[in-house]
Design a protein around this ligand. Structure first.
Ligand SMILES: Nc1ncnc2c1ncn2[C@@H]1O[C@H](COP(=O)(O)OP(=O)(O)OP(=O)(O)O)[C@@H](O)[C@H]1O
Ligand SMILES: [Mg+2]
Length: 298
């Protein structure tokens, strides 16, 4: 059973008609990726690179122009593939007049829960996303961070085996986004498969064990995080309060040495950030981003 991938995307292509031109916008261009059960996979890419479109195709919300998507072996175009999935969209929408508790009760009822089991489950979910104190307040008055958290609780209400998170920490302050990341780690510990997308590289680096980098609808790099960010033959030295003279002397020492070569000096960056920026540079040298091409939403 565990050999069946949680997510299998095969040569996915998604084109949208362009409103002003005859040509089509190719939002996703031959994307293939596999996520095994229990993995936390982060899809990273700039605005308009095709992250949300890939997720929507996987959810069966968009029909692929070509290629196919499977969730635990079931084709995404079949309704039953969605039973195992929880989804937090880019901008979750809720009924403003319901309280947080009523919102979750509503979704729990939709999933067939009733009576005491429903009450207990809603309590558990509110506690998990730390919204117990705000349970009676109208969702219309929730802050962005609270909305993301009620959205997460809603996505998890039926205890799915796969959770798809489109920018889970977008617009959330550092404390709130830390809580969301902790929650993702808890889900991973429970064996839930997580597929998230983001451009917050440091956060992706912290929670994901597999990463794919997408530019202009194409995956340009993918694999286990450790393999992607390891640079075997390089050494990083972190120095506090080094003045220009010290830095010049360090450079001179390196220049004097027989084997070592100086590569770069600067403020520390996360390794994933460096990888991402290198890929962006390569990608921009050959093509413009989808947004620059005028790929506006219809
Ligand atoms: N329904 C649509 N109709 C037309 N074009 C669309 C539609 N949805 C997406 N696109 C275009 O497809 C491309 C990819 O969009 P997508 O939303 O997948 O990007 P994204 O990586 O999620 O970006 P962001 O980081 O801004 O959320 C963009 O050029 C976008 O304008
Ligand atoms: Mg998006």
């Amino acid at each position: 059973m565990e050999d069946i991938p949680a997510v299998q995307i095969n040569h996915l292509v998604k084109e949208f008609p362009s409103p002003f031109r005859k040509t089509k916008i190719r939002a996703v261009d031959d994307v293939s990726l596999t996520i095994m059960p229990g993995e936390v996979y982060g899809l990273i890419g700039p605005n308009g690179s095709g992250k949300s479109t890939t997720m929507k195709a996987l959810l069966g919300l968009l029909r692929p122009t070509a290629g196919s998507c499977y969730v635990f072996g079931k084709n995404s175009l079949k309704t039953d593939s969605r039973q195992e999935i929880g989804f937090l969209p880019e901008n979750p929408y809720f009924y403003k007049h319901l309280s947080g508790e009523e919102t979750l009760r509503f979704y729990a009822k939709l999933c067939g829960m009733r009576g005491k089991a429903l009450n207990n489950h809603v309590d558990k979910m509110l506690e998990m996303v730390s919204l117990q104190d705000a349970r009676k307040r109208r969702v219309g008055g929730y802050s962005k961070g609270m909305l993301q958290r009620i959205g997460l609780a809603q996505a998890l209400i039926h205890e799915p085996r796969l959770i798809i998170l489109d920018e889970p920490t977008a617009g959330v302050d550092p404390v709130g986004s830390r809580e969301i990341r902790d929650l993702i780690v808890q889900l991973k510990d429970k064996g839930v498969t997580v597929f998230l997308c983001s451009h917050l590289l440091e956060q992706v680096q912290e929670v994901c064990d597999h990463v794919g980098i997408i530019f202009n609808g194409k995956i340009v790099k993918a694999g286990p995080l450790e393999d992607l960010i390891a640079i075997e033959d390089q050494t990083e030295i972190l120095i506090k309060d080094a003045g220009p003279r010290t830095l010049a002397r360090i450079k001179a020492v390196i220049a004097d040495s027989e084997n070592a070569d100086f590569i770069s000096m600067g403020k520390p960056r996360t390794t994933l950030e460096r990888l991402f920026l290198d890929e962006a540079k390569k990608s921009n040298a050959t093509t413009m981003t989808a947004d620059q091409k005028g790929g506006d939403r219809a």
